[in-house]
Design a protein around this ligand. Sequence first.
Ligand code: XMP
Length: 528
Amino acid sequence: LVLILDFGSQYTHLITRRIRALSVFSLCISGTSSLSSITSLNPKVVILSGGPHSVHSDDSPSFPDGFVDWALSNGVFVLGICYGLQLIVQRLGGEVRMGKKQEYGRMEIEVVKSCGIFGYKDVGDNQVVWMSHGDEAARLPVGFEVVARSEQGAVAAVEDINRRFYGLQYHPEVLLGYAFAGRDGNTEIFLFNVCGVNAGWKMEDVMDEELKVINNTVAPDDHVICALSGGVDSTVAATLVHNAIGDRLHCIFVDNGLLRYKERERVMETFKSDLHLPVTCVNASDQFLSKLKGVVDPEMKRKIIGKEFIFIFDAFAQELEQKLKKKPAFLVQGTLYPDVIESCPPPGSGRTHSHTIKSHHNVGGLPKDMKLKLIEPLKLLFKDEVRELGKILKVPEGFLKRHPFPGPGLAVRVLGDVTEGNALDIVRQVDEIFIQSIKDAGIYDSIWQAFAVFLPIKSVGVQGDQRTHSYVVTLRAVTSQDGMTADWYCFENSFLKDVSQKICNNVRGVNRVTLDITSKPPSTIEWE
Ligand code: XMP
């Protein structure tokens, strides 16, 4: 295990990802974790991340007392990155001070001593790295040597071979240099050659490990429930649990009347025929839509939908209890690793402690007397790793690549009152034509999310020699890494022409198609 202690750098997740990409298991925990939580993980290498602090500020986070002694007596390799290097220097008796010049962005560094961090490159060899720091190491602790310097002459890399402590002032996770270079760099990978880490971490092993954990956690007569949203995370989590405990898993899928065209039929087909999941499908369209009648405020819509969902989920759990003569003991959730990291950020990192679970999955508001314990089998995985696991579990590839769909569904894609006229029907048909055209054009996988939005305004048009006064729809397609920021997708003109024509010819009640060309920020991806 390569353990990362997070001191608040915006790049910390990237370190974990880079190392996992080398088939080495890596975990990230708060830099201020207790010594026992660090030692209990028994890491071979500990990486101290960067962070926004100066080691001199009052609230600067640091590793716990006893960490250095524990690392030394157990032969653990320690690598400090940026703030991590400065922490090592300061806590081991050296000196850190504000640099004469700040170093930000791409810079060249020069190897001044042949060393393992750089795969024993010759002195004088140089590489371009990513710097982002104001402080620098001014005096090294006894036993440390400078192995690289920046163009400005600042300390760029240090080592104390005997004590197995290393430090990089730059961020190797941003611009892959010698330290974390891909396997083709072979002799130049610090983790393999200096630390002797074995590459062998595979998704199959993760799956086997998780299956074991689930079997050890859930007693043979325990029952488990899971709410399936139709999305990738809950589906993969449920499939994994089902593989472990079979039909003691009980899933519920709720049709809230706000789903896409034929969504219920399509996902139920996958759940049943491809994945053999035991799913109860509840058609609660009328229940949801009657509560939403006349509601125009987006947050109010979200609240109503969330509350109604919990109501249905509660009824499902009670029915199950009567049938089984036993309360279900566990709840499966598709929580991912970024949510876990975000929920325990180091102090002063500027990241909040609030755990943002998307509202549809937010069954955290379940009635207290249900007392369900959580099973979160994906909590150590990133989204693309979940997709990889899904593949091994034989979740159809088309399903794994589906664009994200918000919990409140079409309620946030029909502006205003969702029950107004046939707005839901219109947005479903337009969306289906748009998505099908995107698939036909072979560009579905290049787009993060694409969908149609219903605008509750009418404009004048002319269709078949007749004046019409019909609705306006808008098309939205964005590219994104994680949904936090997004760019609008640039379609070919011929594609847009074709889709617009298809929509107006096939969807009654629409005479105008517009295209949303705003990025996030300033807009959000959804319109509400
Ligand atoms: P925004 O609109 O905030 O969306 O830019 C970012 C991502 O989150 C999805 N989204 C939601 N997902 N419940 C969800 O489960 C919600 O209330 C919700 N609102 C937005 C959105 O589809 C996009 O992927």
